[in-house]
Write a protein that binds this ligand. Sequence first.
Ligand SMILES: C[S@@+](CC[C@H](N)C(=O)[O-])C[C@H]1O[C@@H](n2cnc3c(N)ncnc32)[C@H](O)[C@@H]1O
Length: 286
Amino acid sequence: MRRPTGDERNAAEIEYWNGPGGERWLNRQQAQDALLAPVADVLLGRAAAHPGEIVLDIGCGCGSTSIALAQRVAPGGHVLGVDVSAPLLDRARQLAPQALPLSFVLADATVHRFEPGRADLLFSRFGVMFFADPVRSFVNMRTGLRAGARLVFACWRAPRENPWLMLPLQEAYRHVPRLPEVGPEEPGPFSFADPHRVRGILERAGFGAIGLEPFHLSFDLSLGRGLDAALDTALNMGPASRALDGQPASLRAAAAESIRAALARRQVGETVPLPGALWIVTATTP
Ligand SMILES: C[S@@+](CC[C@H](N)C(=O)[O-])C[C@H]1O[C@@H](n2cnc3c(N)ncnc32)[C@H](O)[C@@H]1O
C-alpha cells in the first residue's frame, strides 16, 4: 500500500484513513458529500476564494471542496488538495474535471514541504482534527501561506452537541464494547471541540485575527430516502461505525435494530433529521 512519509505520531491515523476509515468514506462518498454540502456552502462563503488565488485544501478526502474551490479560483489560480489517504485521493483524481486548475498530493500536512509563502488561503472541511501535534502541523502549513493569507476551516463541537453522530453510537453501545476512551485533545473528530484549545493552537502557530463562529444545523441521515437509508448512514459513518467494526454479525444486527428504533422516533416523513454543531474557524497570517 502507498503511504505518505509522515510524522510518526500520525501513524495510526494514516493507517486508519488508508484502511477501514478510508474504505467507509469511499463507499459512501456521494452520500457523504450530500450530507456535508451545507458545511461546504458556509465554508466556501466565508473563504470567498476568487480568480487567481492559490489555495491549499487540507485533508481534502475525495476532493469535493477542492473541486468547488478550483471552480472559484479559475482562471489563473490553483488548488492543491493534500491528504494522507491514497484511496481517497484516487477517487478525488477521478472526480476532478480535467480543465480545472487542481492537483492533489499524498502527504501528511504536519510535515509536507509546502511551496513557501505562496498560498492565499488555507481551507479544510473537517480535515485538521487528526494531527498528533496540531501546533507543529499549523506552523508547517503556515509556511505555505503568504503574509495576509486567510485560514478557513470547519471542525466539530462537543459530542453532546452532535446527536447525529452520537445517537447511533449510544444505541450501538447497548450491544458492543465501548471504544477505547479518547482524551479530549487526542486526534479524532472532536479534538477541536474546545474553542480555547483551537485559539491557543492557532496563536502558538502564528495566526492572528482568530475567530470561532458556532454553527448549528440539522443533518438528515436519510438524505430524503427514508428510514433504511438513515440506518445505512448511521451504521457506516462516524464513531458508531468504528464501534461496530469487527464485531460478530449477531451483535451488529442487534445494534442495527436498536439504532433503527431510535431513528424511527426521529423520523419526519421520509427524513430523519438530527442536530449537529460545528465551529467555523477563521484567521489570517500577519
Ligand atoms: C473527515 S475526513 C474529511 C474529508 C474531506 N475534507 C471532506 O470534507 O469530504 C478527514 C480527512 O483528513 C485526512 N487526514 C487525516 N490526517 C491527515 C494529515 N495528517 N494530513 C493530511 N490529511 C489528513 C484523512 O485522510 C481524511 O481524508
